[in-house]
Design a protein around this ligand. Structure first.
Ligand SMILES: Cc1cc2nc3c(=O)[nH]c(=O)nc-3n(C[C@H](O)[C@H](O)[C@H](O)COP(=O)(O)OP(=O)(O)OC[C@H]3O[C@@H](n4cnc5c(N)ncnc54)[C@H](O)[C@@H]3O)c2cc1C
Length: 110
């Protein structure tokens, strides 16, 4: 199994590379602890549990990078938005709510 940067290197603009590596490790440990499953199935469940969240975080980090490094009119718009909305603009509740549940082979959360 691949996890962390080896699986999904992150742009730095959301500061989540280590965060996602830790979540991966927890999900992998949970999947491997399913006693009655074969290892290939356990690894498949791990990949299934993690790909969408990691892809979402990667996409958000890429988007942040574009905004942070914007120039010209886009930079002016960014600065104005930051002034008006403050830290609410950067808030990502879905991110800090944690990773998705890992589901066993019967569909129940582990
Ligand atoms: C400047 C900076 C700031 C960061 N800030 C944040 C932050 O605020 N928040 C956040 O979540 N993330 C942050 N990150 C990202 C975070 O550090 C990485 O995403 C995270 O360390 C990835 O963990 P990992 O275990 O996948 O890989 P790594 O931490 O890179 O661990 C891989 C390990 O494997 C070892 N290794 C490599 N090849 C071999 C080999 N052949 N045999 C044996 N061992 C080997 C390496 O020496 C290393 O110890 C930051 C990164 C940098 C560079």
């Amino acid at each position: 199994a691949l996890l962390g940067d080896a699986a999904h290197p992150m742009r730095p603009y959301l500061a989540q590379g280590a965060g996602m590596a830790i979540e991966d490790a927890q999900a992998l440990a949970q999947c491997l602890s399913v006693g009655n499953a074969m290892v290939p199935e356990q690894l498949q469940a791990y990949a299934q549990a993690r790909w969408a969240r990691n892809a979402r975080v990667q996409a958000r980090a890429i988007r942040n990078g574009r905004i942070f490094h914007a120039q010209g009119a886009v930079a002016l718009g960014r600065n104005l938005s930051m002034r008006l909305m403050g830290e609410r603009l950067m808030d990502v509740p879905w991110l800090y709510a944690g990773g998705s549940e890992v589901h066993g082979f019967n569909g129940n959360a582990l």
